[in-house]
Design a protein. Sequence first.
Length: 416
Amino acid sequence: MALKDRVPFGPKGPLGVLVDPMTWRAAPYLLVSVAFGFGWFFVLSFAVPVSLTLTIVWVGVPLAMATVLMWRGGAMLERRMLWAAFGVRIRDPYRSRPERGVGAHLQWLVTDPATWKDLGYLLMLLPLGLVEAAVSGALWLAAGMTLFAPLLLSIGETMGESYVFEDWTAAWVASFFGVVLLVLTAYLVRGMAWLHGTLAVVLLGGSEEERLRASRARGVDAAETERRRIERDLHDGAQQRLLSVAVDLGRAQAKFDAEPDEARMLIAQAHAGTKAAIAELRNLARGIHPAILSDRGLDAALSGLAARAPIRVDVSVELAERPPAAVESIAYFTVAESLANMAKHSAATEASVSVFRDRRGVVVDVWDNGVGGAVVTPDGGLSGLADRAATIDGVLVLHSPIGGPTIVRAELPCEW
């Protein structure tokens, strides 16, 4: 994903830049980021030398690991803060953690390039924060004093003192220029936020090659998980039913001459088992790739899912042309998993599914008015969907506060 797509600060008019919430979310961060910079510089300038010095004895190794984990945790927190302040979504770019072994974990921490990029970013926060806080603070102060010059003059006359401005003409002229300065300050804030966000993407987001490698790895894991699921369903479901059918037919053949009534009952039982096995195989095939999706597209396939839901589900599909098959498949299973989770856990009374095309690709939104509180667990269905979306450089986002509503959004590019 290009930097321009990940740092959402495009050009706006004078009124737009003032009313845009992103401007006022970025402004406080630029003023207080120097405090985070001071904190991290103080902590790291003490913890890193001490832990490195103590590595000559055994206690230094776990202390060094704790120090590295601490600054990686700080970088993870910073990514969330950047999302809240600038709207910049940066995924954690770390390599997969080994299952066991102190040596393996230490190697995992030290050899991951993202670890050292995190350290560089946290140390850079101090000088960068000083510049941002000094420039933005001075401009906001100047804009405020000139914008409210008539008020300052009125207060000065009331108290019998002079506050910068001595006559009303100068105060109103200053107030006019204060409006201009306020707009210029807002533009500068957005510019500094864009630069800060771009630098954060470079240092905290990992390289494009690393991101693609992680995406491929998640895709391989997702495919392996799906293969094991299909194998388990075949073994525990259809295979056992077909084995039971074979046993019933064998018993019927043995009793055909001596006990024809019981043989007929066993044949009927085998017939019922065969139909059940066919139904299970049909459901399994639908779980791999539903035929209706290939034949009639997303609109018909999602309408079928909505029809089988226990509550009313509104479906809106606004696509001028059919997206690639991989995008259709991921969109279908995203909706299927979301509706299944809704039926099991949400206690919702209404839901909606919306699919539309945006600048980058296909966006799938699944909304319900349930109790909320949904989370993405490592081995859960939504986690698997996120892994599947990652194979085409897509993103799955869950928003489910306690009390609801729950929104599952999948952003699926049509080119990768």
